[in-house]
Structure formats: structure tokens, C-alpha cells
Ligand binder design. Structure first.
Ligand code: IYR
Length: 228
């Protein structure tokens, strides 16, 4: 037997705001979007050029439109532009990365990332105008300390992060997903509560004029799909 939910807790229904395009236009739009996103590259050479905070805020509002478990929005975004905080994050991240590259990473892992040419030095954590530090709310915590369950946290925060990366790219900025591991130092530096787990650092700004990216290939459709 299905459990009855009190109708008073159901959200009221409103009309869907949806543009109907002719199918040819949908085809065109899908291709244009792909071509645009295919130009996105993860960048590690950031210039010092500043970015108005409003652009970052608009992109974060886009991230907040992501589908998420039980509409709980289990995320928190910390926008870091303060040079002192950026320096503290860089110092802590480089400490972890030194351990990663010199002992923690397996030979297999180091081989897998060797084409990217990365190392333990992370100057971009100070050069880029913004670090958006994304936290996942592993559970809900009210001001009174009441704990509630959050649903599909990883999926939700992953999708929101994807929306954010897409929004930044569509706006004309570049980004880098950076995940020093472990990232617990971010809670301390940024004063975040214990129910929040650092998900990743998104480094955001403009590339330097001479920025280079690794020569990588996307997969072909047949490699990543099957049909029934
Ligand atoms: N976190 C390290 C190592 C690293 C790991 C993966 I998986 C990458 O795709 C890239 C780097 C670093 O940022 O250098």
C-alpha cells in the first residue's frame, strides 16, 4: 500500500515555461551547443586579469538551477578573491600535492596523468582572480543542530558543477577543476561547518596570452554509446 502524503506539503503546480522550436532549429541548436562546448578546455595558465563578480554570481545562479535530490540544493559555493585566503589555500594544497606526487599516488596513477604535465606546483591558485570552492552538504544541519538526510548528494553537486563549468565557458571565461586530496583544509580556512565536504576547487578567470593546453582527443560517438 502506498503511504499517503499530506497534500499540504506538496508544492503548488505552476505552468511550465518552455519554448517549442521547429525540429530543424533544435538540430541546429544541438550542434551549435556541441561545437561551443567542444571548444572548452581545462586551462592551467591563468592571467591576473580581473573579472567582475557579477559574472561569477550569474554563473553560480546557473549552477543552482541544476536538478537535485528532493530539491534540497545540497551545495555551497565559496567565492574566494582575497589574496591572503588564496595564498593560504595554495600553501595547503601544495603541501597535499607534494605528498601525492612524491608518495601517495601509485605509479599507475602518475602514468595516467603524465600526458597532462601537472606537478605539485599550483601557482594558479594565487594568480587566477577567483577560486570557487564547492562544498557538498552531506546532510542538512539546522542552526539548532538538527540533522536531516540529504539525497543524491554526489549526483546533485556533480551536475551543478557541470552547469557551472558550462556557464563559465559560455560566458567567455576559462576554468580548471582542481582536487587536491585530501581537501579537509578547506573547511578550516573557509570556516565551513562539519556537514559540508569539499567537493572541488574551480579556478576561474582568463588564460594568459601564451596559455598552452595538452593535445588531447575527445572520444568518438561510437566509443561512448550503444543503441537498442
Ligand atoms: N590532484 C593532482 C593530480 C591530478 C589528478 C588527476 I585524476 C588529474 O586529472 C590531474 C591531476 C593535481 O591537481 O595535480
Amino acid at each position: 500500500m502506498t503511504k499517503k502524503i499530506k497534500t499540504s506539503v506538496l508544492a503548488p503546480l505552476v505552468s511550465l515555461n518552455y519554448d517549442i522550436f521547429p525540429i530543424e532549429e533544435i538540430k541546429f541548436r544541438s550542434l551549435e551547443y556541441y561545437k561551443n562546448m567542444n571548444n572548452r578546455r581545462t586551462v592551467r595558465d591563468f592571467s591576473k586579469r580581473l573579472v567582475p563578480i557579477e559574472i561569477i554570481e550569474n554563473c553560480i545562479l546557473t549552477a543552482d538551477t541544476a536538478p537535485n535530490g528532493a530539491n534540497q540544493h545540497p551545495w555551497h559555493f565559496v567565492i574566494v578573491s582575497d589574496p591572503d585566503i588564496k595564498r593560504r589555500i595554495r600553501n595547503a594544497a601544495e603541501k597535499e600535492e607534494e605528498r601525492f606526487y612524491n608518495s601517495r599516488a601509485t605509479k599507475e596513477w602518475l602514468e595516467a596523468i603524465s600526458p597532462l604535465g601537472t606537478n605539485e606546483k599550483k601557482p594558479f591558485l594565487e594568480t587566477a582572480p577567483y577560486l570557487i570552492v564547492i562544498f557538498a552538504k552531506t546532510y542538512g544541519l539546522s542552526v539548532k543542530g538538527k540533522i536531516t538526510k540529504n539525497y543524491y548528494v554526489n549526483e546533485s553537486v556533480g551536475i551543478a558543477t557541470g552547469f557551472l563549468i558550462s556557464a563559465l565557458h559560455q560566458s567567455g571565461l576559462v576554468s580548471l577543476t582542481h582536487t587536491p586530496s585530501p581537501m579537509g583544509f578547506l573547511n578550516k580556512i573557509l570556516n565551513r561547518p562539519k556537514n559540508e565536504r569539499p567537493f572541488l576547487i574551480l579556478v576561474v578567470g582568463f588564460p594568459t596570452k601564451s596559455a598552452k593546453v595538452p593535445h588531447i582527443k575527445r572520444k568518438s560517438l561510437h566509443e561512448i554509446t550503444s543503441y537498442y
